[in-house]
Every structure is written in C-alpha cells, then in structure tokens.
Design a protein around this ligand. Structure first.
Ligand code: SAH
Length: 221
C-alpha cells in the first residue's frame, strides 16, 4: 500500500482546521462538514503536496486537471442536498475526492471521467479507500443510461450548456448542480437546477467560480 494512504493524527488535525475554515466561509450543513472531516484529502494528491492538502486550494492532479478547492467541493455538495441512499451521478471524477465526500454522506455514487489515464489512476486509489464509488470511463454529456434515473447530478467541470441527456436521466424533484460558462467567457456561474414534477426546470444562481472545461468524448491526453 502507498504510504501516502496513511491517515495520521497530524492529517486528522489539519483536516479539522480546514473544516473550521469552511464553517467560517459559510458552509452550514453539518452532514457536509462531517463528510469533509471524514475524507482524507492528502491521499488524492501527489506526495509532494501532502503538507498543502489541507489548505483551501485547488491542485494539479495530472493530465492537465485539478482537484477542486475544498470550499468549492463543500459549496457544491451543500447545494446538492444529498440524503442517505440517494443515487448521485458525478461528471468529472478527477481525483475522486468529491465522489468520496458524496459517498461519505451515504450516497450511491456513479462518477464519469473522460481522461483515460486519470480514470485508471483514480480507480486504483479509490479501490484502496473505504468509500463506495462506481467509476466509469466515458463522456459525461451522455450520462449513464443503464443506471438512471438519478436523484442528484453534480457536474465538476465548466459546462458550455445544460446537458439535455443528464436532465432526462434525473428523477422528478431531482437536483443538478452545474457550473455554467458565463457570457463573458471567463469562468462559470454556479447553477442549481431543480427538475419539477411537470418536467420544467427551476434555475437558481449561486455566484462565480472557475473550473476546467467540460469536454466531449474520451481523451488520451
Ligand atoms: N470532481 C473532481 C474535480 C475534477 S476537475 C475532484 O474532486 O477532483 C474536472 C474533471 O472533469 C477533469 O478530470 C476532467 O477530465 C473531467 N471532465 C471534463 N469533461 C468531462 C466529460 N465530458 N465527461 C467526464 N469527465 C469530464
């Protein structure tokens, strides 16, 4: 086992401090805070970053991708209103960190990654952790027709538009949290989209963020 997977008292202490910072930044949902306190973040980073793993910062994880900033993970998770047993679809597995936070909240997590190398690297790490996440190599725009419908959909890359197929794969009263490219072409606006009983969409905006782009098709880069 990779020694990086060890979770020491020092890591636990740093994590507790990070959770206190997130509270100070306005995260109030106790279930979200408790999940962030439970999931070790250093195991998702290259060992040279271990000391920095519990800073509220994004980091490179290879293949030109990043692990989202903890406050962004907490913010998106809080908007998603996840309850135990819910089926959650994540687009953009990346490091696997966000997926584990959702699993720690008791969700059944299905996560899609389009970058082949990153997909295999993350799969190997996830297999050594106690969080149950099903991972898929594929194009998130297509969703997972075989496993639908989902209670929740979370997109962790900057989306050019609302992916139609993902809306279709959501249950009535389902919620999607999606960072949507803004008109200026600089960053994204966080949207919470609720699919109402009659199929219409209720959209609410939650501020500006910066994500790597959501791209089509599987990539080998
Ligand atoms: N949730 C991740 C954040 C990763 S960054 C974490 O916790 O670390 C966004 C990820 O989305 C990148 O890994 C990128 O390769 C992936 N991505 C971009 N477009 C995608 C698509 N169409 N389908 C699936 N994954 C995609």
């Amino acid at each position: 086992m990779n020694s990086n997977l060890e979770d020491t008292y020092r890591h636990k202490g740093l994590r507790k401090q990070l959770v206190d910072q997130l509270k100070a930044k306005g995260i109030t949902d106790e279930a979200v805070l408790s999940a962030l306190n439970e999931v070790p973040r250093h195991v998702f980073l290259d060992s040279s970053f271990v000391e920095l793993a519990y800073q509220d910062m994004a980091f490179p994880i290879g293949s030109g991708q990043t692990i989202s900033q903890p406050s962004t993970v907490a913010f998106q998770t809080q908007l998603l209103q996840v309850q135990k047993g819910m089926k959650v679809l994540e687009i953009g597995t990346g490091s696997g960190y966000q997926a584990c936070v959702l699993a720690a909240m008791g969700a059944k997590v299905f996560s899609i990654e389009r970058q082949r190398n990153l997909f295999f690297k993350t799969k190997e790490i996830l297999e050594q952790l106690p969080f149950r996440v099903k991972t898929f190599l594929g194009d998130g725009f297509e969703g997972l027709p075989t496993y639908q419908p989902f209670d929740r959909v979370i997109i962790t890359a900057g989306a050019p538009s609302i992916p139609e197929k993902l809306i279709e794969q959501m249950k009535p009263n389902g919620i999607m949290v999606i960072p949507m490219d803004n008109a200026e072409g600089e960053g994204q606006t966080m949207l919470k989209i609720t699919k109402l009983e009659d199929g219409s969409l209720k959209k609410e905006e939650f501020g500006d963020f910066k994500f790597v782009p959501m791209l089509k098709e599987i990539g080998n880069d």
